[in-house]
Ligand binder design. Structure first.
Ligand SMILES: [Zn+2]
Length: 441
């Protein structure tokens, strides 16, 4: 049966390619002139590279422009990259800054309008209409998730329930009593909640009306999606964004769930080789780079996201012409280098969710013994597995270790723990504990 595809803003979401390229070029030219005139760090970098706004004549000329990195943002913290005076800025958001200085974003009135539009597109990608009741369990506050999703729901005219994160009992109560049909939260919290719903004996379709969840703010695997969708019979839609670009609303899966449509009339994507920094041919995997074509307060030019993905040039069955990016397999920031080998948490997760008897709750511990990096993975086993069957447990351990070592290419220490032994997160999951940094300071 053909899937149903609602579209929020057909004029931009289904724009023919040639017309979109014209629009992108026109917007790029304006952007480059504006940051050159208004943002000192951009002028300095462009002058050093010997490039002026007039050198941007076609879209490909974007590759002549210098990159912007999170180090640039840190050096100009908090407001040094803003392109408008503070009196034009009506809101500030910021990242948590767990790995260095927080990234600070400012928004003008028009920026907030554009953000609401791209979030309305995102929510409509999962067929949200004004008849829906949307439980927004993203954190409200400096974090972009809460208010970002909130304005998108209101723009559509659906009903927003601004519950914010945490307090699972209340989340369940609200979901049931308010007739919630759509939900926004992190994938790890959705998994947690789906289990809590199952444990409470609440049946989807009978006791709760939830049919779709919009999950973002952390990378998650295909297998985790299958688990959530199976637990509570919903569609789990992957959404993507980052504070430096706008917040959530940069790209979203449609109901086809094959890659995320980038709202590329506003956010121009490139994929570059993370080592040589050269643009890669369309369709090749590398580091995702964004230029914000329409943002006023805090535009970014060729911002290096550290996220690794590829662009999908083929047309999507939903009718949108927005180019798609493949689901993220990892962020270069999340990558661990262990004994010289690159290890992504998603590789570990993909092994865990495929082995029966294991729960998708795990923690990765990295430590150093002498000069040697040690990788240890704690995994919860499913209820009923922890019996007196020592032989069975040994067999399970052997299988996990074997599969992990073949995927990662290095030895792994394992610890199987009882159900619920790993602390549950009500926000972003704390998957990695890297103790090596203690020694490096
Ligand atoms: Zn699509």
């Amino acid at each position: 049966m053909a899937k149903k595809h609602l579209i929020w803003n057909e004029r931009y979401e289904c724009m023919p390619d040639s017309k979109k390229k014209e629009l992108q070029l026109e917007r790029l030219k304006l952007l480059v002139s504006r940051v050159y005139d208004k943002v000192a760090p951009y002028k300095a970098k462009m002058d050093a590279a010997g490039i002026a706004p007039k050198d941007i004549k076609k879209l490909e000329d974007i590759a002549k422009l210098p990159f912007t990195t999170k180090e640039d943002l840190a050096a100009n913290y908090p407001f040094g990259m803003f392109a408008v005076p503070m009196k034009k800025i009506i809101r500030i958001h910021s990242s948590s800054g767990t790995t260095g200085k927080p990234k600070v974003a400012g928004y003008t009135k028009n920026d907030i309008k554009m953000w609401a539009d791209v979030m309305a597109r995102t929510l409509t990608c999962g067929n949200t209409t004004k008849n829906d009741v949307v439980q927004n369990a993203y954190g409200y506050g400096l974090f972009t998730g809460g208010l970002g999703a909130h304005y998108g729901v209101e723009k559509i005219g659906a009903t927003v329930v601004p519950i914010s994160g945490g307090n699972t009992k209340r989340q369940i109560l609200v979901m049931k009593d308010f007739g919630v049909t759509k939900m926004c939260c992190t994938p790890s919290y959705c998994l947690f909640l789906s289990e809590a719903l199952r444990e409470a004996g609440l049946e989807p379709g009978r006791d709760i009306k939830l049919n779709t969840a919009f999950l973002g703010a952390e990378p998650w695997t295909r297998e985790l999606r299958e688990q959530v969708e199976k637990n509570i019979s919903i569609d789990a839609i992957d959404i993507y964004g980052l504070t430096e670009v706008i917040g959530p609303g940069v790209s979203s899966e449609c109901m086809e769930k094959v890659g995320l449509h980038i709202f590329d009339d506003n956010f121009y994507p490139e994929v570059v080789d993370p080592d040589t920094q050269q643009p890669l041919p369309l369709g090749e995997k590398g580091e995702l780079v964004f230029t914000t074509l329409t943002k006023e307060a805090f535009p970014v030019v060729r911002y290096r996201t550290r996220d690794i993905t590829r662009l999908i040039p083929e047309k999507c069955a939903c009718g949108r012409t927005h180019i798609r990016m493949e689901r993220l397999t990892g962020r270069t920031d999340d990558m661990l280098i262990i004994r010289g080998v690159n290890v992504y948490p998603s590789q570990i997760e993909s092994v865990i969710v495929q082995i029966p008897g294991l729960e998708p709750h795990y923690q990765i511990l990295v430590d150093r013994q002498g000069a040697m990096d040690m990788l240890e993975v704690w995994i919860e086993v499913s209820p009923g597995i922890f019996t007196d069957n020592i032989k069975g447990l040994e067999k399970l351990e052997k299988r996990i270790r074997g599969e992990m070592e073949s995927v990662l290419g290095i030895g792994v220490k394992l610890k199987l723990v009882e159900p619920k032994a790993i602390q549950r997160s009500e926000g972003k999951a704390q998957r990695i504990i890297d103790r090596r940094t203690v020694y490096d300071k």
